[in-house]
Design a protein around this ligand. Sequence first.
Ligand code: NIG
Ligand code: FE
Length: 390
Amino acid sequence: MTSLLLTGSAELVTNDPGVGDGSPLGVLPDGAWVVEGGNVVWVGSRTEAPAADVAHDLAGRAVIPGFVDSHSHLVFAGDRAAEFTARMSGQPYSAGGIRSTVESTRAAGDELLAANLARLVTELTRQGTTTVEVKSGYGLTVIDEARCLALARQLTPETTYLGAHVVPDEYADDPAAYIDLVTGPMLDACAPYARWVDVFCEHGAFDVDAARAVLVAGRAMGLTPRIHANQLGPGPGVQLACEIGAASADHCTYLSDADVDALASADVVATLLPGVEFSTRSPYPDARRLLAAGVTVALATDCNPGSCYTTSIPLCIALAVREMAMTPAEALWSATMGGARALLRDDIGRLGVGSRADFAVLDAPSYVHLAYRPGVPLVHAVWRAGHRVV
Ligand code: NIG
Ligand code: FE
């Protein structure tokens, strides 16, 4: 196996508090590391680096673990630019817009869906993301949900069954029958392609009893629960996540004190999606309140054609810092280790012995520039499993 030594980083963010500056980011100035067989096999200071078969110099750039985007909806057709324009003219966002993307997605062939998905994955990879979770949720028939997940599965192991995104029009008069479908034949068809089960627990989507039924049925088929909760208003979603031990409760925009306490004691990750508040002109979640309570916070894009059509984790980091008062260090941790925690993964989101060699090289001397230079394409190179992919 060929070994590769990387040197010349201005700073290396490891997310290992045991190395470097001792902070949660474990920043090593002039850090070096060795990659073998797709994994990191050594990390330390350049002056102590062992010999390797091949050496690669990073010419004074900062290096960070690849971003882990733990929440996206990338399998769809069409866009909703007109809905965005209406929103920017004062219309509120509502769950109902999902149905227009369902219509376009059902009408699209696999080739078109696959091409759109591949385009978005290329886009997010260029911006430093090396792991992405992808949900279904725009098919809402047995065949359409299964084909959307099968397409996503070709690009990532982190696939999520979201048949319970919204009740489709044809079940408007009998939502209970739709829950039977989602927890029965649709789940059977989708489970082979999914790792996770999700539900949109919100006014206009699914109430807490329906949401519980979906997550419990998914778990019985081997899927692990996660949930869209407390996005558009206060609600029972976060408490449900804690009650059933979901990996993550996502959005968390409207939380009571009891919700925050429950997240902390149940050790459920709160995944914040500030691109959504930006793109729907809504109040941001209170990240400081969650962090003060000891809740693990992840940051993700939620990329979808309705509430937030960005693939950019650097944008989310800038928003988290500017609009949610996270420090640049907290925001970077949440977009790397936080995302890994939300996906129950310990091989990604960090750079240490045994981790996968997934990292982004920045055209900047420090990771702080991700928030300090918003909107600037700072990602110079991206490596996944030891191979340069950008
Ligand atoms: O996470 N909240 C539910 N689902 C997506 C939005 C989907 C859409 O509007 O198409 C979200 O924001
Ligand atoms: Fe979402």
